[in-house]
Design a protein around this ligand. Structure first.
Ligand SMILES: Cc1ncc(COP(=O)(O)O)c(C=O)c1O
Length: 377
């Protein structure tokens, strides 16, 4: 089940000792802890504890709060099986280390998250198609809720089918869920991992999209057979996630204003999506097709075909777009194997309405000049 390197994985003896040195009366000659009195004086800013080394799994209080939230979604995620991550990107690395050797089959949606492909490739994964080949994969990586890059949200039957197929085939489910709170229209969002009882799974989320990506704070929960090894891999990787980031996030999400903050964020992005949609209609009606995303941060465009010639590859367009002051992500980059040409991912959360209008106008002009399709919008 695990990658070959896991045979060489051992728990850190020093990490185990560090967890007991705070006991009253304990004299520790273990570890390389700086003397507490030499740490910077942060009284009034944050507790001095955050400047000392901490547990690899994360702060117990934050693990408990995250656990409550995950349990409310239906996940079997007690605090002792929740771990804080230095960004959920780190979870992709940990899970890859746990399972992927050169040639290990990993089932993916196509297209899927670019930086997950980067990590899986680095460890030598062989990519399989989630729809057709999940049963032959060791690991199935999915973003069922407001996917990156498509914005798609899987319905109840699709979620149930993935969970059942993973359970039946003994394929480990790896669910990546950083966008779930950014929901602009009602849709099914119950994690697939909540249906994995009896199977092996890892579920991860992030505070990057709802709070602050620069803090690098994410979390994972995993089934019992996987969690301990993921902790050992985390020990070996960075000892633990920044305690300062954890304390800032703990204060934010337990604040009475947190729910109101999410509501207002969702309202703000919904309005951005709607104005982006109007600009898209104005400039891209004749050039591309798309589905309005019900959540997340992206539009996924499929350029219309020029008669007989097939859609153009958008990768070579990027340099010209940048010359005119507009950046976008060529969709071809998001495909594990053979790319679908004529696809683009457009983020709608960052640009103002005026910037979006100008940027889409420039992109449409560029595509029309290159004979991408149809009449100019
Ligand atoms: C699907 C997906 N997973 C993981 C990440 C990484 O997020 P972070 O490391 O900031 O938590 C992103 C960031 O865009 C993402 O889109």
């Amino acid at each position: 089940m695990f990658s070959e390197r896991i045979e060489r994985l051992r728990p850190s003896p020093i990490r185990a000792i560090l967890s007991v040195i705070d006991r009253p009366g304990m004299v520790s000659f273990a570890g390389g802890l700086p003397a507490t009195e030499t740490l910077p004086d942060w009284s009034g800013t944050a507790s001095a504890d955050v400047l000392q080394y901490g547990p690899s799994e994360g702060e117990p209080t934050l693990r408990a709060v995250v656990s409550d939230r995950l349990r409310a979604l239906g996940l079997d995620a007690p605090p002792e099986r929740v771990m804080l991550l230095s960004g959920s990107q780190q979870g992709i690395d940990l899970v890859s280390k746990l399972f992927v050797d050169p040639g290990t089959p990993v089932a993916l949606e196509s297209p899927t998250y670019l930086a997950a492909l980067q990590v899986f490739r680095l460890y030598g994964a062989r990519f399989l198609d989630l729809r057709r080949e999940l049963e032959r994969a060791a690991l199935a990586y999915v973003i069922p809720t407001f996917a990156n890059p498509t914005g798609a949200c899987a319905d109840d039957a699709e979620r149930e089918a993935i969970a059942r197929r993973c359970r039946d085939a003994g394929t480990v489910l790896f669910e990546d869920d950083p966008y779930r709170d950014l929901a602009y229209d009602p849709c099914e969002r119950t994690p697939i991992a909540a249906r994995m009882s009896g199977g092996s799974w890892v579920y991860q989320g992030s505070f990057s999209k709802t709070f602050a990506p620069g803090l690098r704070l994410g979390y994972l929960a995993a089934s019992e057979d996987l969690f301990g090894r993921l902790v050992m891999l985390k020990q070996a990787l960075d000892l633990h996630t920044s305690r300062l980031s954890q304390s800032i996030v703990l204060a934010a999400i337990t604040d009475s204003g947190w729910d109101a903050r999410i509501d207002s964020l969702v309202g703000f992005y919904r309005a951005r999506r709607d104005t982006f949609e109007s600009s898209l209609r104005r400039h891209f009606e004749h050039l591309a097709e798309w589905q309005t995303p019900h959540g997340g941060l992206f539009y996924w465009l499929r350029l219309r075909e020029v008669s007989g010639a097939g859609p153009i590859d958008t990768r070579p367009l990027l340099a010209a777009a940048i010359d005119r002051g507009v950046a976008f992500m060529p969709g071809e980059e998001f495909f594990p194997n053979e790319p679908l040409r004529g696809t683009m991912r457009l983020n709608f959360s960052h640009a103002s309405a005026q910037e979006a209008e100008r940027g889409l106008h420039v992109l449409a002009e560029l595509l029309t000049e290159r004979g991408a399709a149809g009449a100019p919008g």
